[in-house]
Ligand binder design. Structure first.
Ligand code: PLP
Length: 396
């Protein structure tokens, strides 16, 4: 039987560079000890007190249907956190709780794009972006960035496409590049959205992982609260990836319509998950810093390891749990180097090309293994890059 174009077209066909990742998975299944630096998931588990709260409230009976837009307690807690961090008046009517940030990204595009509308997104991008936009019926159009700008978007690259587009999706702090968008970039993007009457969808799921500079939510810029949908999540900030709890912050009428969409799709998020999320948020900044601390430490290790050489270029890692490494001095593509590293040293990293053409010749390294294992893997990677680069020089 024929399936819809909407669903069969989501992946767009190609393997998108995920074959290195799949090869690593196959090697692990065969018993090979692979150092896994591909996936954006903490090496710590959800904290025991958060799980205890989940257990307590489930046993207490919070196992029925929960209110579709989210419990009042969690919506109030998220609204208060956002208001405190951005200074923008935010109430529970500006908040929809979703089953994770991914569902929020999809719902946000469903809310602003009609079928056939152009939806912009920035390359390098989180792997699901183009498929999410297509799944929502939009036509994804990519905006490139430049390695020489450390992948900070240029407003003049977005501007020529803005007039025809319904929305622009941005992500700061960024997966995969680690860039934190500057105030100037965000102000330029905001002016463009206002001038071209475009929605901004701002993916801020890494907002607690900032190592350099400061996170600025574009919703806080003048004229932007009415045209911005912010995507947030418990996944990265509280090590709760499996709990599937996220949110959309936006104008009240958009949230009311998004609640209708949720009624007809997810029918909300389990009450005991929301209670645990509320409890986790109530632990405050110190808890969030504790979850982020291993990545802050490993970033510092990487800076030491890559200092004083010019074979592997560490793109300034300003935020998020990844490093983007420029491997062009080896003469190899990101994909070729990733394969080579996996085969030679059983270290799995993602080719930059899997996140779009702008990251060609780069690899992404997730900082998600113990510090000593991480440091050893980076040193091995550097030695291997030096070997390949020397072989290349000798052959020339
Ligand atoms: C940039 C970005 N946005 C959204 C998500 C989705 O996260 P979740 O659905 O777990 O909240 C991820 C997950 O890796 C991500 O990297």
């Amino acid at each position: 039987m024929q399936l819809s174009e909407r669903i069969t077209g989501i992946t767009g066909g190609g393997s998108d560079g995920w074959d290195v990742f799949l090869k690593a998975r196959r090697m692990i299944a065969q018993g090979v000890a692979v150092t896994e630096l591909t996936i954006g998931e903490h090496d710590i588990r959800t904290a025991a007190p958060v799980l205890q709260e989940m257990h307590r409230t489930a046993l207490g009976g919070h196992t029925g249907y929960a209110a579709v837009p989210g419990t009042d307690a969690l919506r109030d807690r998220v609204a208060a956190r956002v208001a405190a961090r951005t200074g923008v008046a935010t109430t529970r009517d500006n908040v929809l709780i979703t089953p994770g940030g991914q569902a929020a990204l999809f719902a946000a595009h469903m809310a602003v794009c009609d079928p056939g509308d152009i939806a912009l997104y920035v390359d390098p991008y989180y792997a699901t972006y183009p498929g999410t936009l297509r799944g929502a019926g939009a036509i994804p159009q990519v905006i490139g960035t430049h390695a020489e700008d450390a992948f900070q978007p240029r407003v003049e690259d977005i501007a020529p496409h803005a007039g025809k587009a319904r929305s622009l999706l941005i992500n700061t702090p960024n997966n995969p590049t680690g860039v934190v968008y500057s105030r100037a970039t965000l102000e330029g993007i905001a002016s463009l959205c206002i001038a071209e009457d475009m929605w901004l969808i701002s993916d801020e799921v890494y907002d607690t992982q900032v190592w350099e500079g400061a996170h600025l939510s574009p919703r806080a810029l003048p004229g932007m609260a009415e045209r911005t949908l912010v995507v947030g999540s418990m996944s990265k900030s509280h090590a709760m990836t499996g709990s599937r709890c996220g949110w959309i912050i936006g104008p009240q009428d958009a949230i009311a319509h998004l609640t209708n969409l949720a009624t007809h799709t997810t029918y909300g998020v389990p009450g005991f998950i929301q209670d645990a999320s509320c409890f986790a948020l109530a632990q405050g900044d110190a808890f969030e810093e504790e979850v982020a601390a291993p990545f802050r430490r490993r970033r510092a290790l990487a800076q030491d390891i890559f200092a004083g050489q010019n074979i592997v270029g560490l793109v300034p890692a300003q935020g998020a749990m990844y490093l983007m490494l420029d491997m062009r001095a080896t003469g190899m593509t990101g994909k070729a180097f990733a394969y080579d590293l996996l085969e030679s040293h059983h270290i799995a990293v993602m080719p930059g090309e899997s996140f779009g053409a702008s990251a060609t010749g780069h690899i992404r390294v997730a900082m998600t293994v113990a510090d000593d294992v991480f440091a050893h893997a980076l040193r091995t990677l550097l030695d291997h890059a030096a070997l390949r680069s020397a072989e290349r020089a000798a052959a020339q």
